[in-house]
Design a protein around this ligand. Structure first.
Ligand SMILES: Cc1cc2nc3c(=O)[nH]c(=O)nc-3n(C[C@H](O)[C@H](O)[C@H](O)COP(=O)(O)O)c2cc1C
Length: 202
């Protein structure tokens, strides 16, 4: 069993399709900690002590958010800026997150093919995530392969939201229970719902 902390961050939750469905599924998973960052900090007044305590109490830290301008929604950045303090997360004696895992669950409007050198986004998804990956590494954490839904704006019409959300619940349960094969996932650039069968032990 691994203590799993899920940070959900969507400033437009009431208009969301993909993340809303994922969050609804996540709420049904017992034995995990789920934090809705925008609901908890609508004025961006992040309680640093509370967040650092949460980090210390969990082993796997997962951020779920829609990709906004090739990055996180602003409150996740604010959380990083304030919570990952020198002396706590990095720098001299800053080893409190050592050995923990950071994982992302991202929805992106762009299609899979768009995120390539020949596509209109011009770079693979992982290139846009390198700041987060390096943040994890600097904080002595392992950066796990992200769980991604591409084409999120058309996903509802394409009947992809439900399988992605159901896969998300399976993923969270597997992370909680220590049944997720991080090493096999590391071979992939991103994990999508169909990949989960080969990554989750029965
Ligand atoms: C302000 C803003 C910025 C966005 N930036 C990106 C982006 O950089 N790349 C991308 O693929 N999609 C981008 N999108 C599309 C969102 O990722 C997409 O609307 C979201 O993943 C859909 O999930 P939801 O149904 O939960 O809202 C952006 C959307 C908004 C509103």
């Amino acid at each position: 069993m691994a203590q799993l902390l899920v940070y959900y961050a969507h400033p437009g939750h009431r208009h969301s399709e993909a993340n809303r469905a994922m969050l609804d599924k996540a709420r049904e998973v017992s034995g995990i900690t789920l934090v809705d960052l925008y609901a908890e900090y609508p004025r961006f007044q992040i309680n640093i002590d509370r967040e650092q305590s949460r980090l210390l109490e969990h082993e796997v830290i997962l951020f779920q958010f829609p990709m906004f301008w090739y990055s996180t929604p602003a409150l996740v950045k604010e959380w990083e800026d304030l919570v990952l303090e020198h002396g706590f997360a990095y720098g001299h004696d800053g080893d409190r997150l050592s050995g923990k895992t950071m994982m992302l669950a991202i929805t992106a409007g762009g299609a899979d093919e768009a995120y390539s050198a020949s596509g209109y986004q011009r770079y693979p998804m992982r290139t846009f995530l390198t700041p987060l990956e390096q943040t994890a590494v600097l904080c002595h954490m392992t950066f796990a392969t992200p769980y991604v839904l591409y084409g999120a704006l058309r996903a509802q019409a394409n009947d992809q939201v439900e399988p992605h959300a159901a896969g998300y619940a399976r993923l969270l349960q597997a992370l909680r229970d220590g049944r997720y094969d991080f090493a096999a996932a590391k071979e992939l650039d991103v994990v999508t719902a169909p990949d989960l069968d080969q990554l989750i032990e029965a």
